[in-house]
Design a protein around this ligand. Structure first.
Ligand SMILES: C[S@@+](CC[C@H](N)C(=O)[O-])C[C@H]1O[C@@H](n2cnc3c(N)ncnc32)[C@H](O)[C@@H]1O
Length: 226
């Protein structure tokens, strides 16, 4: 039988499930739908940890949505400890259900506006800060398909140029990293130059980009001097 798809409701919301890294992730209109680019972010972070024999890294994630980043990371690095935050209580509810269903331990959730509610005692303690933040510009949002607009606006938009959350990650991420730790973020198809400049201005070193299968720089990493 041929399935008829809605032009306005993403199929993942109809099914209540999105497939990601061989996991059936629960999704509903309260959360962003997982995208394949985010697997590149997860695999980049895991490879960098493995290269440095960091097999039980302490990781801080900003903007967890359905929880795919802590779930993906801990599937590949089971001894990792991840603190994941989100501003949205609804997203944290969905993430909590996914972590209960698919998690293997080591994941904590916290409601926080970016780094705002993360205790000062955690400053300088993380090996990695990771984020797939909202990064859609006003122009791209205006041109987006209806099924993209079915996703929570808070998960997508980030000011006129889509850079507001990336600016906060660059400005404050280093405070939570130990010396020698690194930050890794997913970005929009046209944000690599701006993000690398932001990281350089905030004294990250060894800044590198990683490409998606379409040839776009979609993940940027930088190291805290140590
Ligand atoms: C692009 S979605 C990413 C979700 C998930 N990590 C993923 O990769 O599929 C961005 C997430 O950031 C959250 N967010 C937006 N503004 C935030 C803020 N100021 N502080 C913390 N989280 C925020 C949204 O609620 C959303 O869940």
């Amino acid at each position: 039988m041929i399935r008829e798809y809605s032009e306005t409701v993403p199929v993942q919301y109809e099914d209540g499930i999105a497939r990601f890294m061989e996991m059936d992730i629960l999704v509903d209109p309260r959360v962003f739908i997982p995208r394949p680019e985010t697997e590149l972010l997860i695999r980049t972070v895991v490879a960098l940890c493995q290269d440095r024999s960091l097999l039980c890294p302490r990781i801080l994630e900003v903007g967890t949505g359905s929880g795919i980043i802590p779930l993906g990371v801990t599937r590949l690095l089971p001894a990792a400890g991840v603190l994941s935050v989100d501003i949205s209580a609804d997203a944290l509810d969905v993430a909590g259900r996914n972590i209960e269903k698919l998690g293997t331990g080591g994941i904590e959730l916290l409601q926080s506006d970016m780094f705002g509610s993360i205790g000062a005692e955690l400053e300088g303690t993380f090996d990695v800060v990771i984020s797939n933040p909202p990064y859609v510009s006003d122009k791209d949002y205006a041109e987006a398909d209806a099924w993209v607009k079915a996703e929570p606006m808070k998960a997508l938009r980030s000011g006129a140029e889509g850079m507001d959350h990336l600016k906060i990650l660059a400005a404050s991420g280093g405070r939570f990293l130990r010396p020698g730790g690194f930050i890794s973020v997913e970005i929009g198809y046209d944000q690599a130059g701006k993000t690398k400049r932001l990281f350089a201005e905030k004294n990250f070193t060894g800044i590198k980009s990683f490409f998606d299968t379409n040839g776009y720089e979609r993940v940027i990493t930088g190291w805290k001097h140590g």
